[in-house]
Design a protein around this ligand. Structure first.
Ligand SMILES: N[C@@H](CCC[C@H](N)C(=O)O)C(=O)O
Length: 366
């Protein structure tokens, strides 16, 4: 798979002034004078990485003499190309693929690994497919991690998914829809400020469902259990948000964690592949600032150290409540920025609110 790409960037100009880029996802009205992305012939695209920018007529130097008829970026269906939009949620970045015409992912896990590569590919923590809904839902979301494994859910990903759908479809003022995921029904809602609030459903606390082999309490939960990793004993609480999380506030008998001091790349994989986690695990290391303010670093299953993890932020608030360290409404600081998390008593659901932004639009030959 060659990785020549045509991309379109919604960025600020080098002078710091914002360029008035239009959204190439939308079929634009004639008045917006968008000239469509042009693709190089397949052969030249293979040998020559190229960049194509979609701009408004305010950039007169770039405007063509005669505007071509407007087209929607993702209406393109050239055989042999994958058209995508790259999004990020607090730096947790994803390649979003319009897969609404099929229930089979457009690319294989092996191709996803190549596309996610930050040196030889587009670079991302995962690939997300927008698919037809099942079981009466509006859409289905599937995701491949950057190692090609398929997780059940992705919190930052579902916020990006919601923004992607709102660009692809005329939702006729509707800001909320239902998404089927491996973790069941998820309901994102795009707010007036552009952030996305997601009903992430109920946390799963039963050890065998998380799954973990750690000894459970009478109520089947694993809260403040001891986990030995290379001779160090950690206190861990296990929570599934559809996908498994091992949440850590400290080592046995020592002070609370200073998360910036941890050697994540060294210890993260030891938790991910620990025999106590038969489906591997995401691991969050947490520092408590107050009962409503937490800070975390994450080692993700199948993706390593990422700048943010939405399901992880939900899991740490649930764990903090269970351990008596925080209340049910928290701001969670992640390396990429903050998320607002609420574990609501009335319905036992976890709600996550945060941003999701376009990085660029592009195409790669497959
Ligand atoms: N970053 C995601 C989680 C993605 C899946 C995870 N790596 C897993 O394998 O469970 C999030 O924001 O939740």
């Amino acid at each position: 798979m060659a990785l020549a790409a045509a991309i379109s960037l919604p960025l600020a100009s080098p002078t710091g002034r914002s360029l008035a880029f239009t959204n190439p996802l939308r079929s634009s009205s004639p008045s917006s004078s968008v000239f469509p992305l042009k693709f190089l012939a397949k052969d030249s695209a293979r040998t020559c990485p190229c960049f194509r920018i979609s701009a408004t007529s305010s950039m007169s130097a770039l405007a063509p003499e005669k505007a071509s008829p407007p087209t929607s970026f993702l209406d393109r269906r050239e055989t042999g190309f994958l058209h995508f939009v790259k999004y990020h949620g607090l730096g947790n970045d994803f390649i979003l693929v319009d897969n609404r015409d099929s229930s089979e992912p457009r690319i294989t896990p092996e191709q996803a690994v190549k596309l996610c590569d930050r040196n030889f590919g587009i670079g991302a923590d995962g690939v997300i497919f927008a698919m037809p809904g099942i079981n009466g839902t509006d859409y289905t979301m599937r995701i491949f991690n950057s190692d090609g494994s398929e997780p059940e859910m992705c919190g930052n990903g579902v916020r990006c998914f919601a923004k992607f759908i709102s660009e692809l479809e005329d939702l006729q003022g509707k800001q909320s829809f239902t998404v089927y995921t491996g973790a069941g029904l998820i309901v994102p809602e795009i707010q007036d400020d552009g952030k996305v609030k997601v009903d992430m459903g109920e946390p799963i606390l039963k050890a065998s469902d998380i799954p973990t082999r750690l000894p459970a309490n009478k109520d089947h939960s694993v809260v403040k259990a001891e986990l030995d990793v290379d001779g160090v004993t950690w206190n861990v609480t296990c929570v599934s948000m559809g996908n498994p999380h091992c949440v850590i506030f400290g080592r046995k008998g020592s002070q609370d964690l200073q998360v910036d001091e941890l050697k994540l790349a060294e210890i993260g994989p030891k938790f991910e592949h620990h025999e106590m986690f038969p489906a591997r695990t995401n691991t969050e290391f947490v520092q408590v600032f107050s009962r409503s303010h937490l800070k975390m670093r994450v080692w993700e299953r199948g993706a390593g150290a990422t700048l943010a993890c939405g399901t992880g932020a939900c899991a740490i608030v649930v764990a903090a409540v269970l351990e008596g360290r925080a209340g049910r409404n928290c701001t969670v600081d992640l390396p990429g920025g903050p998320l607002e998390i609420e574990w609501r008593e009335e319905d036992n659901h976890v709600y996550m609110t945060g941003p999701a932004e376009v990085v660029f639009y592009g195409s790669v030959p497959l």
